[in-house]
Ligand binder design. Structure first.
Ligand code: ADP
Length: 502
């Protein structure tokens, strides 16, 4: 982020805790990188350097993986009873709740997220994710098999081993626990590589994990850059699985690295270009509220952002008017201010990228109805932006923007809505707004997306599996499906009686 964009904003100092953890966490200790190098993490509200954080590289990843390997092959964690692992994970959940103020503030300072949403929403969600998987840790079991011959067969569910978790910057805490919780509950050991834009929360969680009693080597955090630390983790021969959330381009690199090293399995939660489809029978005001929230929440920095709003022709004009009014009333400012709807984009790179997409939309002939500019008096803030007359093949209709930009499309029939909603290489999520049950059933079953939210949006839940179709990836975060992504199935067979096989 260039200092030329760094402008002073009013910061409520009282809420700002000192940054306590900035070093790599390997084998239960905070340590410097082998190279001794550090990198800056900045506050996107002001451009100020928040902290210098250890820059982990290949050697540090290797140290962390060795620690995790040792903890898996020889340590207690995979050998503890599920109940005991669950007990320790619940203790960590309680510690997270106790520190929700500090953790919420850390998220706001590192990523520009709304403080209240972090403190009251995301941080407690992390604690509850841990509790959900803690409750599953003592219910991991295989099946008895109905063998055709006189043999007894059963399956064992075993932890996959050392897990590498590579995280994005938009939800640093939620992503940390959506991967670490099922992995730890399954009995795996973990090396986390947080995003370089938002490294601080992960280090704080490492500290809390130690305090909760997670043994040394079981949970390691290596901060650093993607092409160095991230790539080293993805290609490491001693890592048994990679769980990644981020862009489709990097997902492809990770899959390649896994293929070229030890063929480790990967779970990839990638980009999206999610549609929300609003039918004629919807309440215009409620639908507009839902669609603007679905497009602009978290400054549009969310992989499931409803960046394509498909509206049936009968209510189109009224709906567009309502959305524009709501976007204009959306308050932009300091994310510590509880009345603010959104804060700054995470960094200058993203800020420029989003503005670039907006320029492209104008150039390709979409009609800008509102927004489209940085906010004058602040740093990396961008106005909520709405485009009409968007064609299906325009850049803003096909590329993931990751910013507060809504594109409007008008449709006539249910068939047309389904076809155009599916006209994307992505398939992460979709929304439907209608009171008609037949439309709900037909459209929800026809959409090629991993999550379909009807008359709601962002309906995440610990028990609801989440993951994509098509180029949005594969594998699940959340739900018991995700626990099974961290387990291998072993089949054990023995003859029932004296056997000619012996
Ligand atoms: P974004 O484009 O939204 O910044 P990325 O997909 O680039 O998201 O990054 C998500 C995560 O992937 C980050 O932790 C980043 O450091 C990591 N990463 C980036 N490049 C690579 C790579 N070549 N190999 C492994 N991880 C990477």
């Amino acid at each position: 982020m260039g200092s030329e964009t760094a402008r002073e904003t009013e910061v409520p100092k009282a809420k700002i805790p000192e940054i306590r953890y900035t070093k790599l966490f390997i084998n239960g200790e905070f340590i410097d990188a082998v190279s001794g190098k550090t990198f800056e993490t900045r506050d996107p509200r002001t451009g100020e350097v928040l902290a210098m954080v250890s820059e982990g590289d290949k050697d540090d990843i290797d140290r962390a993986v060795k620690a995790a390997r040792h903890a898996f092959d020889h340590g207690q964690w995979p050998r503890l009873s599920g109940a005991e692992r669950g007990r320790i994970l619940r203790r960590l959940a309680d510690l997270i709740d106790e520190h929700s103020d500090e953790l919420g503030a850390l998220e706001t300072r590192d990523g520009g997220k709304l403080f209240l949403v972090s403190k009251l929403g995301e941080i407690p969600t992390c604690a509850n994710t841990l509790r959900y998987f803690a409750g599953a840790a003592d219910k991991i079991h295989g099946h008895t098999l109905k063998m055709a011959r006189e043999m007894m067969g059963y399956t064992l569910k075993e932890p996959v081993g050392v897990v590498g978790a590579i995280l994005p910057w938009n939800f640093p805490s939620i992503m940390f626990f959506s991967k670490a919780s099922p992995a730890l509950a399954a009995g795996c050991t973990v090396v986390v590589k947080p995003a370089e834009q938002t490294p601080l929360a992960a280090l704080f969680y490492a500290h809390l994990a130690k305090q909760a009693g997670i043994p040394d080597g079981v949970l390691n955090v290596v901060t650093g850059y993607g092409p160095t630390a991230g790539a080293a983790l993805a290609s490491h021969m001693e890592v048994d699985k990679i769980s990644f959330t981020g862009s489709t381009e990097v997902g492809r690199l990770i899959m390649e690295a896994a293929a070229k090293s030890n063929l480790k399995p990967v779970s990839l939660e990638l980009g999206g270009k999610s549609p929300i489809i609003v039918f004629d029978d919807a309440d215009v005001n409620v639908a507009a509220e839902l669609a603007t929230m679905a497009a602009f929440f978290n400054k549009g920095e969310i992989c499931v952002a409803a960046s394509r709003t498909l509206v049936q022709e009968g209510i189109y004009d009224d709906f567009v008017k309502a959305c524009v009014e709501k976007a204009k009333a959306w308050k932009i400012g300091d994310p510590f201010d509880p009345t603010v709807n959104h804060g700054p984009q995470v960094d200058k790179v993203q800020f420029d990228r989003v503005l670039g997409f907006i320029q492209q939309g104008k150039k390709e002939g979409a009609t800008l109805l509102t927004g489209g500019k940085p906010c004058e008096e602040t740093g990396l803030h961008i106005e909520p932006t709405i485009f009409a007359n968007v064609q299906d093949d325009m850049t803003i209709a096909t590329e993931e923007i990751f910013g507060p930009v809504m594109s409007l499309f008008k449709f006539k029939t249910v068939e047309e809505a389904i076809e155009r909603a599916n006209k994307t290489r992505y398939g992460l999520a979709a929304g439907i707004v209608t009171k008609d049950l037949n439309t709900v059933n037909r459209v929800s079953r026809s959409l090629r997306a991993g999550a379909v939210w009807i008359n709601c949006y962002f309906a995440f839940d610990n028990d609801a599996p989440f993951g994509g179709y098509k180029m949005s990836g594969f594998g699940k975060d959340s739900g018991l499906d995700s626990l099974h992504d961290y387990l291998n199935t072993k089949t054990v067979v023995t003859p029932l009686f004296d056997s000619p096989w012996l």
